[in-house]
Design a protein around this ligand. Sequence first.
Ligand code: FNR
Length: 378
Amino acid sequence: MLPAIKDYRELARRRLSRFAFDYLEGGAEDGRSMARNLASWGDVTFLPRTMVDVSQVDTSITLFGRQQAMPAFVGPTGLNGLYWPQAEQVLARAAHAAGLPFVMSTASTSLLEDVRAASPGDLWLQLYVQKDRRIAQSMMARAQAAGFSALMLTVDTMVHGKRDHDVRNGFRMPVPWTPRLLADLLSHPRWCLRMLRQGGSPQLVNLARSAGVESNIQKQAAAMSREMDMGLRWEDLAWVRRHWQGPVIVKGVLSAQDARLALQAGADGIVVSNHGGRQLECAPAPMAQLPQIADAVHGKMHIFVDGGVRRGSDIAKARALGADAVLLGRAPLYGLAASGPQGVAEVLEILRTELETTLRLLGAPQARGLDASFMQKH
Ligand code: FNR
């Protein structure tokens, strides 16, 4: 096991082809949102208690009636097949083994039915709504039939943010075989072999199945993924509700005002998120928005937060500042790209042990007991 998440990031950088790593890592435009996300966790200070019995610590929490190992879950990321074959199955199994839910992206490169078959764990579906609403409807019906327990509607991706690396690399789906890309691939032969073993470029199979375009799958699914419904409004949450039995979480809220609107519209939870700094450049860091959002809706709906979570101590801070749990984005992907199933398991284990250490040093025997009194007021 490597010491820290950043060591897995470095290994991932070396092992992935350049265009795959840039896709994984890249933030929008000049990367300011992403840098702010990472820095934000260092902008707050703990206030520890001493002489508290911390011989036993408990990191577990309960979400939507289910107990889980710590206040975190493996979040939705698209195109995971770029890093490892059957990536979503690997992530789902690793999350389950670590006692955490796994959220599968609409833009996944495995069928949700195959992910269900691969893992008995708690699975949630992340939904993008395309202009043709029948696609999202079909996706929800399939996920419901496969026993996915919660739905996460992402609302910050009406268009894709401008990611300069991807433009420079000519990144698109299907993967374009340009001379520049071939040179990049040849310098990462092990990665190339893994891709070849899974049948070449990963495909948006899930979207294609729901759109009923399984022939010529890549082109059509890629076109679908560009056809987002930009007219989506809070009123449409009622439509989602009609098609989904179970918790509905809105991902991509950054203000107290929107948190209140999500509550009024009937959401069970929100993810305070700027999409890992990949969408709107110069968006605020979700962590920095968390206290005011918690003031507005704490106790009335679930609050999750993401963006730059790379330490177990970040999970403790999120919890103390009013979040129920954090969403892990890039961290598990670094493990996946560095060394597949083992890498993901190690990343999740590092976060758990770091959280345990933080709880002991904070004098907080239970993660669920963390609150603002464990943080220094600025
Ligand atoms: C994402 N994210 C994302 N979110 C979503 O709702 N649907 C998706 O398909 C994707 N795809 C995706 C791909 C990649 C490569 C990344 C890095 C991220 C955003 C993700 O769920 C989460 O909001 C951020 O990744 C959190 O920030 P950190 O932890 O990566 O810094």
